[in-house]
Design a binder for this molecule. Structure first.
Ligand code: UDX
Length: 434
């Protein structure tokens, strides 16, 4: 069985490498020739722990290669995984142009039966459109099947997630398609859930939106904690002990970001509304998340009063630890607001500074990047934490205090212990705890 993986973005690269690791013959394809050229030489364009090793070892074993010849890859493949982007549009709905384009190209190269598997996050009913597009564009009556196999991997632990999945969701409408996918995921046969295609497509959006909802819920509770003596971490721990609730994704902070939650929750709102369903619950969750940066900045202002000409160290730019990804990261809006108020910023992140420089290039006197957290804190009137990198949680507070102009920390991810920070003489603000 030969597998073609279309799209070498985040999901595509991990899927291609992961499927090869499962022992399959995989060809990854992308129209971005420069990217393909780099990946073929083992250069991974993103920071993802374990991914370069997985790619290299499978390329060396001859199970994985990359190409920019889309037609060739499709024609050679028995199964085609579609991993192209479905970016958000202004109204929240997913832009399906790339999916349509790929569907046409698969149809035009349908030289024998193929199974087309949607891996990209797509609205429920997408398979109907892929099928229709393929039927319209195929040149002969060659048979094909569509399946949905949503991807649940998390950035920063994507390789681990692919190789140790909680579940593999397979949405199919024929036995042939089901058997092929059961074969591909044979290794995980105890974790495979087979559904119809609409259900599989919806499981992905429903899961991500639920997790986003859970985070917004604890963030809402943290606002009550901020105004009382309650401690949000203890509230979350107490709630989490109930197995019906569970302890994960109950960490209050400056809000969720990334390429999935913000986009998926808005997409599901649009999907529901288009079907006549009142989606106000999820709209509120999105609104609560949008408010996190304002609430965080209120804390900064409470500590510093006037931000103009204050030196502020901003530690943690990635939307979460162990990634260089800054898509929808709270840091982007925090930086924008601080600059608007005239603050002078020193930014630091272990991996994401390169990406942030594209958005905010250095402007001496206004915004500079530091080579270490201590350098960023040197002479600062306050230090802000926006990502819970282990490196940041492990900072030597004594050393920090010695270099800062004013010992003020506003911790948007609760990485430090309030008591320890205060004992050292810091004025310390965090989320939902005193
Ligand atoms: C998410 C899903 O977890 C994954 O299953 C899906 O395939 C893609 O979307 P990802 O975006 O990589 O993965 O990161 P995740 O670890 O889920 O975190 C998303 C955001 O939520 C981050 O900004 C993180 O900081 C925030 N978060 C997470 C919280 O604020 N609190 C939490 O308790 C958990």
């Amino acid at each position: 069985m030969k597998i073609g993986v279309i799209g070498t973005g985040y999901v595509g690269l991990v899927t291609a490498a992961g499927l090869a690791e499962l022992g399959h013959q995989v060809q990854g394809v992308d129209k971005d020739t420069e990217k393909i050229e780099k990946v073929s030489r083992g250069i991974v364009p993103i920071y993802e722990p374990g991914l370069d090793g997985l790619l290299k070892s499978n390329m060396e074993k001859g199970r994985l290669n990359f190409s920019s010849d889309l037609s060739g890859t499709i024609r050679e493949a028995d199964v085609v995984f579609v991993c192209v982007g479905t970016p958000p549009q202004e109204d929240g709905s997913a832009d399906m142009c790339q999916i349509e384009e790929v569907s046409r190209q698969i149809a035009e190269n349908l030289n024998r039966y193929k199974l087309v598997v949607e891996k990209s996050t797509v609205p429920v009913k997408t398979s109907y459109w892929i099928k229709r597009t393929m039927s319209l564009y195929r040149k002969s009556d060659v048979e094909f099947d569509i399946a949905s196999n949503p991807e649940f991997l998390r950035e920063g632990s994507a390789v681990l997630d692919f190789l140790n999945p909680d579940r593999i969701i397979i949405g199919v409408e024929t036995e042939r398609a089901r058997d092929i996918l059961l074969g591909i995921y044979e290794k995980f046969k105890d974790r495979i859930v087979v559904t119809n295609i609409d259900t599989a497509e919806l499981i992905k959006h429903a899961s991500n939106s639920f997790l986003a909802l859970k985070i917004s819920y604890i963030n809402l509770i943290s606002n009550i904690c901020d105004r009382t003596e309650a401690n949000v971490e203890q509230v979350a721990a107490g709630m989490g002990l109930d197995p019906r609730i569970g302890s994960r994704f109950l960490k209050a902070g400056v809000g969720y970001g990334g390429s999935c939650f913000p986009k998926d929750i808005r997409a599901l709102v649009k999907i529901g509304e288009d079907l006549g369903v009142d989606m106000s619950l999820l709209k509120e969750a999105d609104k609560i998340n949008a408010d996190r940066v304002r609430i965080f900045l209120d804390k900064v202002k409470k500590a510093l009063w006037i931000l103009k000409d204050k030196n502020i160290a901003v530690l943690g730019l990635a939307f979460k630890p162990e990634t260089d990804d800054i898509r929808e990261a709270p840091s982007i809006r925090v930086i924008r607001e601080l600059l608007r108020e005239g603050a002078r910023l020193r930014l630091y992140d272990p991996q994401a500074m390169g990406n942030m420089k594209q958005l905010y290039p250095e402007e001496p006197g206004r915004l500079i990047y530091s080579s270490s957290p201590y350098q960023a804190a040197d002479g600062a009137n306050a230090l802000l934490v926006l990502t819970e990198w282990a490196e940041l949680a492990g900072l030597d507070l004594k050393k920090l205090k010695a270099t800062m102009a004013n010992p003020i920390i506003v911790d948007g991810r609760n990485v430090f212990e309030p008591e320890a920070a205060r004992k050292l003489g810091f004025e310390y603000y965090s989320i939902g705890r005193k």
